[in-house]
Design a protein around this ligand. Structure first.
Ligand code: ADP
Ligand code: MG
Length: 454
């Protein structure tokens, strides 16, 4: 198979699943040369990833592959023995040069723009409704059925972290695109808006920048609280807002707080945010948490008993992203240990997010296992190698050393080529903050700890 064909397939996959899953399971894959056009042979960096993809993602890959080539009938995985195959957190440009011919056939690739694409996973049908979010969902539905034509302009959805604001916002975009394929939908986070605006100023093309927003039929702006204190960005957005509003275009915004509690935003913006409808999303109650877990488990083909679902839902009350995290971790645990999902396994997984019991294992052993997992040479972890993926592995190894052994920060630093204890602190903080946004990193770490302690 030709590499450009694979690039089209992988690009299509990247738009259909969330970024964490993509980074974990798909980014590291390398296409093997094969003479048989009906087979895609992919090389994974380790057996774990190969097995996991084989069990859970084969059909997905196949379904995307057949968009581009009807002759592909099977996907096989091999394990690579090259050291540099696992490119952690690098972001090579995956956007392929899509030939116009393929573009026309592939509905998944329409609406191409340099701004983030809508994630196809975020739909109203995958959004579990409960008393905590039903008003927000109804408003989202109404707006997506008649964008710009309801009284809900702008629609502002607000609520805490991980409660489904982005999901709902993107659902509106996906819904509008499927009912009105000609409408121009722009989704952007306020942070990206800000960064692109700064770029536009630097490159002297603010005209083009505003033009693309002003020509939208539907503008979806995520996390507007980020505009706080950014005066000229707010001003730019204010004019875009006015143009769109006057032309009867739909604007939907999300924020972490209700409009009148947003700090650092100009009054004239806040008052405009209140012209339409502001709706909140509250944290889900137990029943809804169970329903959400059920849905996530289904999406991942994971069989979990009702009793276990309740157990998890009772133990995690904070946010839905965390609930999802548990499902992902369970999935990983179950396939690593090749065991069924039992209450004990769940307890283990839940415990993994809290304190871990200290064990007698040497830092050398930890470095060895981490190196093996990420396929980097052991020596690189100890030496002063600054390559991004090596630095990341080193931080993971330091983090695990702190988590599961009784060694002091100073001793840990000494074991990593005589580094200072402040470097170790930095590594631990770095990994802790990454773990908060990357459920797969948590499950990678669980996996490594599991191999060390069993
Ligand atoms: P926010 O933007 O509010 O921080 P997200 O929209 O990113 O939260 O939601 C976090 C995760 O939880 C997403 O993966 C999303 O799909 C999921 N999620 C949130 N609410 C629901 C819901 N009601 N039904 C199903 N999944 C949900
Ligand atoms: Mg969000």
């Amino acid at each position: 198979m030709h590499i450009s064909l694979w690039q089209n397939i992988i690009s299509s996959i990247s738009k259909s699943i969330d970024a964490h899953r993509f980074e974990t399971w798909f980014r590291p894959l390398i296409l093997n040369q094969s003479s048989d056009p009906s087979i895609i042979s992919l090389s994974a960096p380790n057996q774990f990833i190969a097995d996991f993809l084989d069990q859970h993602y084969k059909d997905l890959i196949l379904s995307h592959a057949t968009i581009f080539s009807s002759s592909i009938t099977s996907i096989v995985f091999t394990v690579s023995n090259s050291n540099k195959s696992y490119q952690l957190y690098d972001t090579p440009d995956l956007e392929p040069q899509i030939s116009s011919q393929i573009k026309n056939n592939a509905h998944v690739l329409n609406n191409t723009s340099s701004y983030p694409q809508l994630n196809k996973r975020f739909t109203l049908s995958s959004f579990v409704v409960g008393p905590n979010n039903q008003f927000a969902r109804s408003a989202a539905l109404a707006v997506s059925e008649a964008p710009g034509k309801t009284k809900f302009n702008p629609l502002l959805i607000y609520g805490g972290v991980g409660l489904g604001k982005t999901h709902l916002l993107q659902s509106i975009g996906n819904n509008v695109l499927s009912s009105f394929p000609d409408k121009k939908v722009t989704y952007i986070t306020s942070e990206e808006f800000y960064l692109s605006f700064i770029d536009a100023i630097k490159n002297n093309n603010t005209k083009d920048f505003t033009a693309r927003f002003r020509s939208s039929d539907l503008l979806l702006m995520d996390d507007v609280q980020f505009f706080s204190g950014k005066e000229s960005t707010q001003e730019e957005f204010f004019y875009i807002f006015n143009t769109l509003y006057q032309n009867g275009k739909q604007i939907v915004l999300t924020s972490d707080l209700p409009p009148n509690s947003l700090k650092g935003l100009q009054d004239r913006l806040i008052s405009r945010f209140q012209w339409g409808l502001a709706v909140d999303i509250q944290p889900p109650d137990l029943e809804i948490r169970v329903a959400i877990l059920k849905k996530k488990a289904e999406e991942d083909n994971l069989n979990i008993s009702e009793e276990i679902l309740y157990y998890i839902a009772q133990n995690i009350s904070s946010n839905i992203r965390e609930l999802e995290g548990v499902v992902i971790r369970l999935l990983a645990f179950a396939s690593i240990t090749r065991s069924d999902i039992t209450i004990d396994l769940v307890k283990n997984v839940l415990k993994g997010s809290g304190k871990v019991e200290k064990v007698r294992v040497s830092i050398d052993k930890i470095i060895e296992k981490v190196a093996e997992f990420y396929k980097v040479p052991v020596n690189n972890i100890r030496e002063k190698n600054r390559r991004k993926e090596v630095a990341h592995c080193r931080q993971v190894a330091m983090y695990i050393s702190k988590e599961i052994t009784n060694n002091s920060l100073k001793t840990i630093g000494l074991n990593f080529g005589g580094r200072d204890h402040s470097t170790v602190i930095h590594a631990i903080q770095q990994i802790e903050s990454l773990k908060n946004t990357d459920n797969y990193l948590s499950s990678d770490i669980d996996h490594i700890i599991l191999t060390l302690t069993n």
